[in-house]
Design a protein around this ligand. Structure first.
Ligand SMILES: [Zn+2]
Length: 98
């Protein structure tokens, strides 16, 4: 961290979804309606990184993803960002199911 770090640009995204991600979002939203929790994932597009990243906030999508490894900010509308979701069923339960 340095004093010149810009403010965090990441805000939850609620606008229109591009065509190549629409079916993925529709599946994720259907699962959320059924009571599942999903965490959206993407791949960092920094040429030297490429780490797979996951947003910390459940059921929340951000247009921009900041990499925890290299701090690069990826535009998730880019096809190479490989946006997908991690599905967590019924996370309110404390116990694990077999
Ligand atoms: Zn990265």
């Amino acid at each position: 961290m340095t004093p010149s770090d810009p403010p965090d640009p990441l805000e939850p995204y609620t606008g229109p979804i591009p065509d190549h991600l629409r079916s993925m979002f529709e599946r994720a939203n259907e699962l959320i309606r059924q009571g599942a929790d999903v965490y959206f994932k993407w791949t960092c597009l920094d040429p030297g990184c490429g780490a797979r990243q996951t947003f910390e906030s459940k059921n929340t999508f951000y247009r921009l993803g900041k990499c925890e490894e290299c701090k690069y900010v990826t535009d998730l509308w880019h096809r190479d960002a490989k946006v997908n979701y991690l599905l967590i069923w019924d996370s309110r339960r404390q116990g694990r199911q077999p």
